[in-house]
Design a protein around this ligand. Structure first.
Ligand code: 6PG
Length: 246
């Protein structure tokens, strides 16, 4: 592994997606344990998409399951597709099947985005849920993020108005190219997190990662997120076009 400092936080470059999954699982264990050393509950926002699935499965495995006090973890989501919770595209479903069903979380400690509801309603309800759990100005302890080939993260897609949203905590987003609605946490909430960990792998992410890490802040949506501590866990294939790595 190579650790390289960048304007956007430390970037850890691993050989492949499997090493990325292990490093991401170890990072969650490290950060959550650190929070729980001082506080009763650690608040974690999970990423959607496909990349984090391997990490979630690891965390649910015998090798990792006991390394986190899951009863003291509160789960949120960075974004959701506007589908029912049992739909194949649901981020909640993916996280539930890979992790949440396999660890001893408190019943009321999983806050999913109600993708089955009309998007504005689902967003407003999630904002309420976030404020009930975390107060007027939510400060999550750990936010896990992925990155799309266009540099989007959560459902903060290039060219969407939500990129400029500074008041709402959660917002509905119509994504033209996907012809579908999403609900996403907004830049201020993601940026208010104590720790943001970006996990991405594969050559299809190389253009976006290069633009993100070599470019000006906001050149792609993922670098609009500016948290107290940011870490990037990536593989060689994703980092191949990043000039700053040399
Ligand atoms: C989603 C995610 C999204 C994801 C990227 C990367 O709901 O899809 O929140 O931001 O992290 O699209 O997705 P992959 O990991 O599948 O490449």
């Amino acid at each position: 592994m190579k650790r390289i400092k960048s304007e956007y936080g430390d970037v850890m470059v691993y050989r492949d997606a499997d090493e990325v999954a292990h490093a991401a699982a170890d990072t969650l264990v490290e950060i959550v344990s650190g929070v729980l050393a001082d506080r009763d509950v650690a608040r974690v926002a999970l990423a959607g998409g496909s990349t984090p699935k391997a990490m979630y499965k690891l965390l649910a495995s015998p090798a990792y399951r006991e390394r986190v006090e899951w009863r003291r973890v509160e789960i949120f989501f960075g974004d959701e597709r506007c589908v029912p919770p049992d739909h194949p595209d649901s981020n909640y479903r993916m996280a539930r099947q890979a992790l949440l069903d396999h660890v001893p979380l408190g019943a009321d400690r999983v806050h999913r985005i109600a993708g089955e509801r009309p998007p504005p309603e689902a967003a407003a309800a999630y904002q309420q849920a976030l404020m009930r759990a975390c107060g007027e100005r939510p400060r999550l302890d750990l936010v896990l993020l992925g990155m799309g080939p266009d540099g989007h993260t959560a459902s903060l897609f290039p060219g969407t108005a939500v990129l400029d949203e500074r008041n709402l905590l959660a917002a509905p987003v119509w994504v033209d190219k996907l012809e579908s609605w999403r609900v996403t946490l907004t830049v201020p909430v993601l940026s208010a997190a104590a720790h943001v960990v970006i996990v991405t792998a594969g050559e299809e992410k190389a253009d976006a990662l290069g633009k993100a890490l070599d470019g000006a802040r906001g050149a792609v949506p993922i670098t609009l997120v500016r948290a107290a501590e940011e870490r990037w866990i990536v593989d060689e294939a994703a980092a191949q076009k990043w000039r700053g790595r040399d």
